[in-house]
Design a binder for this molecule. Structure first.
Ligand code: AP5
Length: 209
């Protein structure tokens, strides 16, 4: 399972990736999670990325490409990986192809989780995440995570103004990748505006799982 999850912010990429990880144990490579961890740890990368993330803009390609190519070289990705939030620009897609061809690990599919932008605004402004285990849900700020008891919080970029900018950035920079992966005959589109378990059934069917 060498896959890319495509889709607008809030389409449900992280939700579906978590289900795949739980059932199959495939490594989940989320650039958003990697960047948030760097920000929380106060690393140089985190300091560089924070202002872009807070505004809902993309972190520069040279920063993110190096991070992902290094991660893909890990032994744990030899039997599969789920890329979530990468690639997001044409330059990232080209760099990914080059790295995977070097590693001899071609992509099996690019799954596009398709959701209407107005549905997304409502989803993201009510999303809460667990600081400890990354569980995604909609509990009140400060409530306990139903999975591990950790603190649920709202991401800094989940306010309406930033969400709308993230949707604009997606439309301009990332949606061209839909045609790119269609041209590579890797694109599978899944209606993401249904119950997550119904979406997941389609994800598994698309991957022959
Ligand atoms: P990132 O963390 O990747 O954010 P994103 O793409 O905006 O995606 P999200 O995590 O917000 O949404 P998701 O699709 O995973 O949805 P989720 O499953 O949580 O990136 C953050 C920032 O980092 C970027 O803005 C950028 O600055 C930077 N960055 C990251 N990667 C980069 C890159 N490659 N290049 C440059 N910069 C980069 O679901 C959302 C909500 O909906 C949840 O509340 C969930 O419970 C709910 N939900 C999910 N599925 C359903 C469903 N089927 N029905 C109803 N509700 C649902």
């Amino acid at each position: 399972m060498n896959i890319v999850l495509l889709g607008a912010p809030g389409a449900g990429k992280g939700t579906q990736a978590a289900k795949l990880v739980e059932e199959f144990g495939t490594p989940h490579i989320s650039t958003g999670d990697m960047l948030r961890a760097a920000v929380a740890a106060g690393t140089e990368l985190g300091k560089k990325a924070k202002s872009y993330m807070d505004a809902g803009d993309l972190v520069p390609d040279d920063v993110i490409i190096g991070l992902v190519t290094e991660r893909l070289q890990g032994d744990d990705t030899a039997n599969g990986f789920i890329l979530d939030g990468f690639p997001r620009t044409s330059a990232q897609a080209v760099a990914l192809d080059a790295e995977l061809s070097k590693l001899g690990r071609p992509l099996d599919a690019a799954l596009l989780i398709d959701v209407d932008p107005e549905v997304i605004v409502a989803r993201l402004t009510s999303r809460r995440m667990c600081r400890e285990c990354g569980y995604i849900g909609s509990a009140a700020d400060g409530a306990a995570c139903p999975k591990c008891g950790g603190e649920m919080y709202q991401r800094d970029d989940d306010n309406e103004t930033t969400v709308r900018n993230r949707l604009d950035v997606y439309e301009t920079s990332t949606s061209p990748l839909i045609d790119y992966y269609r041209g590579c005959e890797l694109l599978v589109t899944i209606d993401g505006d249904r119950d997550p378990s119904v979406v997941y059934a389609d994800v598994k069917e698309a991957l022959d799982l």
